[in-house]
Write a protein that binds this ligand. Structure first.
Ligand code: NAP
Length: 487
């Protein structure tokens, strides 16, 4: 199937933090793909900004060439590299902004995307600099990355700071999970088919599981991660966004604000988890030495170089307190050093009310809709089927399996690629609005406060396992199991 691209006008993309890890590993490879797909028309520019390293644009391009060659993706590189320029600027200093602004304004008015791929500490000087040099007006947009704060107060400070210079319509808060194909397909499945929506409620759905598992540990990101932990790093943003898309009411239109309004209602309907119930509804874990990817792996404290009470795993039994979802648990789980790299949403339907089959037919298992976000994006729908051939009525739970790669035979589009394209086009649908981010923190803050009050350390789990045994107990005491190994 041939990919369909709507043409875009030449644009400028300025990456503050153009020498950083995010730029080299995610943004520049994504831009190369956009270039290869004809989505960076001649005249478009990518201006990388970082402090003065004494290197020129030519030397910067050599660095990028090396970084991108490492990804094995060389196609189109020769045409792409000349679009890149390096501009040395310490954004915290008054010097240098004038010449930077002149460089940007050298070409006339056009879409200008300012990607803040830096620590949030310097968002204010960047936005102030852009504003005072006339770069925040017109078709300018600013992109900010997670973490948007570490709690509600700090998120509000960042949002206020950016909001002084850029309107909400100009502000794109990236959660790259929203750029994943399966995540968007969830909306298509729910609202493009008559099949699911009548069943999408507490009367027919038993529970929902959302798992985001990584096999990696913290590695060199230890000092950053240790200040954050799994709840802040993964749950408050990625897992809550996925929960919202599963739980939201049908939006009135397929438009950014209609969808974001519905997601916000879900966040506001999350049942509070606080000191009164956190011990029953949450599990914190931290990995100890074990094995990962077939090799021995150190524990978190060894990787970090000191002991710590930061969680690298969290499991939560959440609930959306409204008519549609009353008493339907949403089990959320994320961790590092898990047995596989896996992100999935599992919607388990209720059992049939009565079985007409003999026990010899085998047990009746529930229908399940499994949306796989990674490793290979796709959808599985589990149904009871008759085993073909003689032998009477024997039933088996089998999956209708739709792998996107096989079904559509198109190149896998990375989330950053799609999201960068959406910023250039001015489509904010897959980005988080300020009120969503803050509603997520309002819920997460209570859990963080309850954990802090309890003074309990995270429960240990062996690297390469699915987390502490308490996480298994969290779901099994409700008579349910995690979807591990079930596909
Ligand atoms: P990083 O590798 O530390 O890069 C930071 C960048 O900021 C560097 O290019 C650095 O350049 C630049 N910078 C720092 N101070 C500056 C100043 N005063 N003036 C101009 N440039 C300055 O960080 P990162 O991992 O790329 O992360 C960037 C942001 O994205 C962070 O907020 C991070 O939490 C977020 N994020 C990262 C990832 C990821 O995969 N890396 C994923 C999600 C979110 P010089 O030091 O050379 O000046």
């Amino acid at each position: 199937m041939t990919p369909q691209f709507a043409p875009v006008e030449p644009f400028d993309l300025v990456i503050f933090g153009g020498t950083g890890d995010l730029a080299m590993r995610k943004l520049l490879p994504a831009l190369l793909h956009r270039f290869n797909d004809g989505q960076m028309p001649p005249g478009s520019r990518v201006i990388a900004v970082a402090r003065d390293h004494g290197f020129s644009s030519v030397q910067y391009r050599e660095r990028v060439q090396q970084a991108l060659s490492g990804t094995g993706d060389r196609a189109g590189l020769e045409g792409f590299l000349p679009l890149l320029d390096f501009h040395a600027l310490d954004v915290t200093s008054a010097e240098g902004w004038q010449s930077f602004a002149q460089e940007v304004q050298r070409v006339g008015e056009r879409v200008r995307v300012f990607y803040l791929a830096t620590s949030p500490d310097i968002f204010v000087p960047i936005c102030e600099g852009l504003h005072s040099h006339g770069l925040a007006a017109g078709q300018s947009r600013v992109v900010i990355e997670k973490p948007i704060g570490r709690d509600l107060a700090s998120a509000a400070r960042i949002n206020d700071a950016v909001g002084r210079f850029f309107s909400e319509q100009q502000t794109y808060r990236i959660d790259h999970y929203l750029g994943k194909e399966t995540v968007q397909n969830l909306t298509a499945l729910r609202f493009g088919n008559a099949l699911f929506e009548p069943l999408w409620n507490a009367a027919h759905i038993d529970h929902v599981q959302i798992t985001v598992a990584e096999t990696v540990g913290v590695e060199s990101r230890g000092p950053y991660y240790d200040k954050s932990g799994a709840l802040r790093d993964m749950v408050q943003n990625h897992l809550l966004q996925l929960l919202c898309l599963v739980a939201m009411e049908p939006p009135a239109a397929f438009s950014a604000d209609a969808i974001r309004d519905e997601k916000l209602k879900v966040l506001r309907a999350l049942k509070p988890i606080d000191a009164s119930n956190a011990a029953q509804l949450t599990v914190r874990g931290q990995y100890r030495a074990g094995a990962a990817n077939g090799q021995s792996a150190p524990g978190y404290a060894e990787e970090l170089g000191h002991t710590s009470d930061t969680e690298t795993f969290v499991a939560i039994k959440a609930e959306v307190a409204n008519w549609r979802w009353a008493d339907v648990p949403f089990y959320l789980r994320t961790g590092k050093r898990m047995p596989e790299r896996l992100s999935e949403i599992v919607v388990t339907f209720r059992s049939v009310p009565h079985s007409i089959f003999e026990p010899s037919a085998g047990p009746l298992q529930s229908n399940k809709l499994v949306l796989r976000l990674q490793p290979d994006e796709g959808v599985k729908f589990w149904l009871m089927n008759k085993v073909p051939g003689p032998g009477g009525m024997r039933l088996r739970h089998v999956a209708m399996d739709m792998s996107f790669a096989e079904t559509f035979n198109v190149r896998h589009v990375d989330a950053y690629e799609r999201l960068l394209g959406d910023v250039v086009r001015g489509n904010p649908m897959l980005f988080m609005r300020r009120d969503e981010v803050e509603a997520g923190w309002r819920w997460a803050d209570q859990i963080l406060a309850a954990w802090a009050d309890s003074h309990e350390s995270p429960k240990p789990y062996t690297a390469g396992s699915w987390g502490p045994s308490a996480a298994v107990a969290l779901i099994e005491r409700d008579g349910r199991t995690w979807n591990d190994d079930a596909g």
